[in-house]
Ligand binder design. Structure first.
Ligand code: HEM
Length: 343
């Protein structure tokens, strides 16, 4: 059976919701009652049916609405999608990867037909049926990376690998947690990570870069990252800070459940075959507190994690304004004398 795509918004009236099945499949990121940065990278292999790992590229009930939100962002600000001239081949690699994975995982929604270099791509949810020549940009309405990432959930960075480093030389970034592609374009791994506290001193980025530069084709890897967002807003970019930043001051004990969202990023790392670049899809999942606490073990654990989060991390993630209100609200769902079993 196909996915029922929700009609919803990530701005203005914020009608975004998760269905009960999507609450249950939410990728809750904490495996203990405390959180600290680590090199939490593992092989990106298929996981249990019904989980977000059922397919390596996940498509869910928010797909159509997310693609509409991306189109709105791009209409206002085309610089959210950039590709330096040497990255076009990597764009074709990415187009192939995303078409193959989406058609494999969701054949009722996506079909890829190949006849030599002549390819036909059918995307039923978005009403697209295009035939083009693989490798010939003039046969598509956009460059290959923009074409396929307007049809794929999550942000995408494409990293060129040279001089033992990774360089952010292309990307489609419209759903980011307060960083800017336009600012980071052309930077290397250490430069774009410069604002992150504590992790440099722990040697995390040196080890992570070593791992990433050795990733092999056909053996992708993944990690989870998280932050929090007020209202289910996908576009929390620095460019639009004036639109969403002030929302952090609007959290009250009465509206925590509706306004505060846990924002989890399922990040994966893939070697691309022709260009030898790495693509970094950042798939964002949002869940409001009222939905999250329907799973009591999540409520208990989140309370402990947020309560004890090191100050530097809380500041970097932008939680400072509303952390006390959130912790107080979550504490009512946690019997702090009990230990929280692993899950
Ligand atoms: C944050 C990109 C891989 C750990 C960030 C930021 C960007 C980014 C743009 C935001 C920095 C800012 O505040 O401006 C990337 C890209 C990667 C990558 C493109 C793939 C090549 C990794 C890996 C690790 C890592 C492999 C660790 C194992 C972190 C951490 C943060 C961060 C801990 C702070 C996140 C938070 O507290 O919310 N990354 N990253 N990154 N990155 Fe990466």
């Amino acid at each position: 059976m196909g996915i029922t795509f929700r009609k919803e918004t990530f701005r203005d009236d914020y009608t975004f919701r998760n269905s009960p099945e999507h609450i249950r499949r939410f990728p809750f990121p904490f495996n203990e009652d405390a959180y600290m940065y680590a090199v939490n990278i593992e092989p990106h292999v298929v996981g249990p049916k019904g989980s977000v790992l059922e397919n390596l590229i996940d498509v869910d009930e928010h797909y159509v609405a997310e693609m509409q939100d991306r189109a709105l962002v791009l209409a206002e600000d085309p610089l959210r999608c950039q590709s330096l001239p040497h990255m076009t081949l990597a764009g074709w690699d990415l187009l192939e990867l995303l078409m193959e994975q989406q058609a494999l995982g969701y054949p009722e929604h996506f079909t890829l037909e190949r006849n030599g270099d002549r390819w036909r791509w059918i995307n039923r949810p978005l009403g697209i049926d295009d035939t083009f020549t693989f490798g010939d940009t003039s046969t598509l309405p956009y460059g290959p990376m923009e074409y396929i990432t307007r049809q794929s959930q999550g942000d995408f960075c494409i990293l060129d690998q040279r001089d033992g480093n990774l360089w952010m030389d292309a990307g489609m970034v419209t759903t980011q947690a307060d960083w800017s592609l336009d600012f980071d374009i052309g930077m290397n791994f250490f430069e774009w990570h410069a604002p992150v506290p504590l992790a440099h001193e722990k040697g995390i980025f040196t080890r992570a870069l070593k791992f990433l530069t050795n990733i092999q084709q056909g053996k992708p890897a993944r990690r989870l990252n998280w932050t929090m967002t007020i209202n289910p807003r996908l576009d929390t970019s620095p460019e639009n800070y004036h639109k969403w930043g002030p929302d952090r001051a609007t959290v009250t004990p009465e509206n925590v459940g509706q306004k505060v969202h846990l924002r989890v990023e399922l990040q994966s790392f893939w070697r691309l075959p022709r260009s030898n670049a790495i693509v970094f899809p950042i798939r964002c999942y949002l869940i409001k507190m009222d939905e999250l606490v329907t799973q009591p073990k999540w409520a208990r654990r989140l309370h402990r994690v947020i309560r004890d989060l090191p100050e530097d991390l809380a500041t970097y993630k932008g939680l400072t304004r509303y952390r006390p209100t959130l912790v107080e609200w979550l504490s009512k769902l946690d019997d702090v004398s009990s230990t929280s079993p692993g899950f």
